[in-house]
Design a binder for this molecule. Structure first.
Ligand SMILES: [Fe+2]
Length: 288
């Protein structure tokens, strides 16, 4: 099947190994520019720019390539796609000239109330059709390549007719969009829902992967929880390597969102990711 997205992917820049732009880490991020190739930001934090936020964005833009990773598109919701949101994100993407933008395969709102949680969709033919249509609309309105991230989920919704991996694969193919593959989410889900993470990856159209998230997780009473608040574990680095051996991607990013360690620990994890990249697929490294 011909794919406009896969053709567009060939033109996307190799950004290399990046980090999330976080207020708590911003000062050290700026001074460690040589160890960080690019930054990912949460667009909802930068749509209404106040003094300090504007300054942080301008500083980041001066030093790094930037892309956005949103939480409020609510692509799977039955609420109307928000035209205000699409306009705001378009303005931000134009300002930072992002090569792509992303959000999660989930819903985050019901009747226009935002839930501050990434909730899994019912894995039905009806939901599939609904999401595909909305991804096409969002990608068309914004006019830049769009990536969907696989979420970590802790429950299954009623009405499932297929496995999550097949739902995700079909959304990507039918909407002709890209994948933001979170290898920690794959690992966490594989433990919580008892499946083989490698077979999961084999069933995805990995060639649609543009960006990869690497993160740490925590142990709850019964489940692993995707906290982004702990060191990355070895099996997650192994999944990263497995993916890089199979497909070209454009960017890899370390997610750390709470329980911040010394910045040297973050730099060490970035270096570990870079080692894997240099060994397996050096073309990704922007500074190579
Ligand atoms: Fe992620």
């Amino acid at each position: 099947m011909s794919s406009g997205f896969l053709t567009a992917k060939k033109q996307m820049p190799n950004l290399g190994v990046g980090l999330g732009l976080r207020r708590e880490l911003a000062a050290e991020t700026m001074v460690n520019k040589d160890a960080i190739d690019w930054l990912e930001l949460v667009p909802e934090n930068y749509m209404d720019l106040g003094g300090k936020t504007r300054q942080r964005l301008d500083d980041a833009l001066e030093k790094f390539p930037l892309v956005t990773h949103g939480v409020n598109l609510s692509i799977g919701s039955t609420d109307e796609l928000s035209q205000d949101y699409l306009s705001s994100i378009s303005r931000l993407l134009n300002k930072i000239d992002a090569p792509w933008w992303s959000d999660h395969l989930c819903f985050t709102s019901i009747e226009n109330s935002y839930l501050h949680d990434l909730l899994p969709l019912p894995l039905s033919a009806e939901a599939l059709k609904h999401v595909v249509k909305r991804v096409k609309t969002a990608q068309h309105v914004v006019g830049r390549p769009f990536l969907l991230e696989n979420i970590s989920y802790y429950m299954e919704m009623p009405g499932d007719q297929m496995e999550e991996v097949d739902f995700l694969a079909q959304v990507l193919e039918k909407a002709d969009c890209g994948l933001l593959l979170d290898v920690n989410n794959v690992y966490v889900n594989s433990v919580n829902h008892n499946f083989d993470p490698y077979r999961y990856l084999d069933r995805l159209p990995l060639e649609r992967t543009v960006q990869i998230h690497v993160a740490g997780h925590s142990h709850g009473d019964e489940l692993l929880i995707d906290t982004h608040g702990a060191p990355v574990i070895e099996p997650v680095f192994e999944l990263l390597e497995y993916v890089l051996k199979r497909t070209d991607v454009k960017a890899i990013m370390l997610e750390r969102d709470q329980n911040y360690p010394q910045f040297s620990e973050i730099l060490a994890e970035l270096a570990q990711i870079r080692d894997i990249v240099m060994r397996v697929r050096p073309s990704i490294a922007a500074c190579a």
